[in-house]
Design a protein around this ligand. Structure first.
Ligand code: 5GP
Length: 204
C-alpha cells in the first residue's frame, strides 16, 4: 500500500511573512512537497494568475463550494473568503506526496481538528514592534486598522499552543531552512517510520 504524504501547515499572525517564506521555499528546485493552491474571493493583485497564485472565485461560487463540502477549511479574512480544496489535498496525500498549506490561524485550527497527525508550524515575528513595522510599511492602513491588526496579532500569537513547532521569521532564508529541517526530521519520526522497518524483520 502506498504510504501517505505528510500534511504540512505553515501559519502565524497576519503580517509575519508567511507568504514570503512560502514563496522562498518553493523557489528552490529541491523542494519536494506540493503547494496547495487556495481558493479566494479577493480580487487578483497585479501579476497574480488564476490557478497559480489562487483560484479566484466569486462569493456565490465560494459559498457553493462550502455547501458541497469541497473545502478542508475556510475562513473570512479582511472581508474575503479563503479556503483549501479538500479533494486536491486528500488525493495528493494518498499519492504519497507531502502537501504544504500556507494559511491564516483560524483555518489552521480547523485543519488540526481534521488532520491531527499533520505537521503544524507557527511562524513567529521576532517581536511585536517588528510585526507592527511590517504591517505599517506594507500598506496604506489607517492608525485604527493598525491598532486592530495588532490586537488580532496578540490573539493569533496565543494560538501558538495548537502547533508542533515555532519558527522565528528573523530572516527569510533562515526561516525557510528551519521549516525544511523540521519537515526532514518529521519524516524520520519513529512513530511514522517504524512499521516500515518492522516489515524488514518479518522478511529476514
Ligand atoms: P493574501 O490576501 O495576502 O494573499 O492572504 C491573506 C491571508 O490569507 C494570509 O494570511 C494567507 O496566509 C491566508 N490564506 C491564504 N490562503 C488561505 C486558505 O486557503 N485558507 C485560509 N484559512 N487562509 C489562507
Amino acid at each position: 500500500m502506498q504510504e501517505k504524504g505528510l500534511l504540512i501547515v505553515l501559519s502565524g499572525p497576519s503580517g509575519v511573512g508567511k507568504g514570503t517564506v512560502r514563496k522562498e521555499i518553493f523557489s528552490h528546485p529541491d523542494t519536494a512537497f506540493e503547494y496547495s493552491i487556495s481558493m479566494t474571493t479577493r480580487s487578483p493583485r497585479e501579476g497574480e494568475i488564476d490557478g497559480v497564485d489562487y483560484f479566484f472565485k466569486s462569493r456565490a461560487e465560494f459559498e457553493h463550494l462550502i455547501k458541497q463540502g469541497k473545502l478542508l477549511e475556510y475562513a473570512e479574512f479582511v472581508g474575503n473568503y479563503y479556503g483549501t480544496p479538500v479533494d486536491y489535498v486528500r488525493e495528493t496525500l494518498d499519492s504519497g506526496k507531502d502537501v504544504f498549506l500556507e494559511i491564516e490561524v483560524k483555518g489552521a485550527r480547523q485543519v488540526r481538528e481534521k488532520f491531527p497527525e499533520g505537521l503544524f508550524i507557527f511562524l513567529m515575528p521576532p517581536s511585536l514592534s517588528e510585526l507592527k513595522n511590517r504591517i505599517v510599511t506594507r500598506g496604506t492602513e489607517t492608525d485604527d486598522i493598525i491598532q486592530n491588526r495588532m490586537l488580532s496579532a496578540r490573539e493569533e500569537i496565543e494560538m501558538m499552543e495548537l502547533y508542533d513547532y515555532v519558527v522565528e521569521n528573523d530572516q527569510v532564508e533562515r526561516a525557510c531552512e528551519r521549516v525544511k529541517a523540521i519537515v526532514t526530521a518529521e519524516h524520520c519520526r519513529r512513530e511514522r517510520v517504524e512499521h516500515r522497518y518492522k516489515k524488514l524483520l518479518e522478511v529476514e
